[in-house]
Design a protein around this ligand. Structure first.
Ligand code: SF4
Length: 232
């Protein structure tokens, strides 16, 4: 089983607990307006790895993982390569490496369910909190991530809910309250994070000759983040 990898971050601190080896898998089924990795969208590109090769690579940094660090599969959407992801996590579990899946939660099928058996934590990126905004700015219905969350809750898999704070679109109390209500409704959610919308990705869009849909939206300030974070 081979996987297509867009890029690797050997010692990441932003995608899951502790210090983590983060592999960004190639391919995405969505087209979020705020996406900072448009280079991951196309399927079947990137560097080809076997699961063992990837985990061997992660193993080299093991001393940094300590208690809570480990490996994170992100993307793109890692659930477009569920069998590869499953082999990677299965191998990690054999070697006692913590596993974390960073996903938009828009794909739930038998292969994904198999992968959950070896998943220690899910970072679930809830892009917005209304179906209208999901359809307009993400490209799927909000029912998809909510069904996904329901399933994770049923299986008691720990979840970190994450949302990118995008000025003028979701930087308001109503949105934060709705996000917070999802967290309260599902006991599997033990952490909720707001991430600032950033436009450093603009160069990637220019290189790919793709229009950056949120080019005119400003980045949130530190004060914007500090005002809304306590409401979670
Ligand atoms: S799900 Fe992630 S990788 Fe895919 S378009 Fe949205 S932000 Fe980008």
């Amino acid at each position: 089983m081979k996987g297509y990898i867009n890029s690797i971050q050997s010692l990441g601190t932003l995608d899951g607990p502790g210090i983590r080896f983060v592999a960004f898998l190639q391919g995405c089924n969505l087209r979020c307006g705020c996406c900072h990795n448009p280079d991951t969208w196309a399927l079947g590109q990137g560097e080809v790895y076997s699961a063992i090769e990837l985990v061997d690579n992660a193993q080299r940094f093991r001393e940094y993982y300590k208690e809570d660090g480990g490996i994170t599969l992100s993307g793109g959407e890692p659930l477009l390569q569920p069998e590869f992801a499953c082999e990677v996590f299965k191998e990690c579990k054999k070697r006692n490496i913590n596993t974390c899946l960073d996903t938009s939660g828009s794909i739930l099928n038998s292969k994904v369910i198999q992968l959950f058996k070896y998943t220690d934590r899910v970072l679930l990126d809830i892009k917005f909190t209304t179906d209208e905004m999901y359809k307009e700015y993400v490209g799927c219905s909000m029912d998809e991530p909510l069904k996904f969350l329901e399933y994770l809750n049923q299986e008691k898999i720990p979840v970190t809910l994450r949302q990118v704070l995008i000025p003028t679109l979701n930087d308001n109390e109503e949105n934060i309250n709705r996000l917070s209500s999802f967290a309260k409704k599902y006991p599997c959610v033990d952490k909720t994070e707001l991430l600032p919308f950033r436009k450093i990705c603009k160069a990637k869009y220019d290189n790919l000759k793709i229009k950056f849909r949120f080019d005119d939206i400003p980045e949130p300030t530190k004060e914007d983040m500090e005002k809304l974070e306590p409401m979670l």
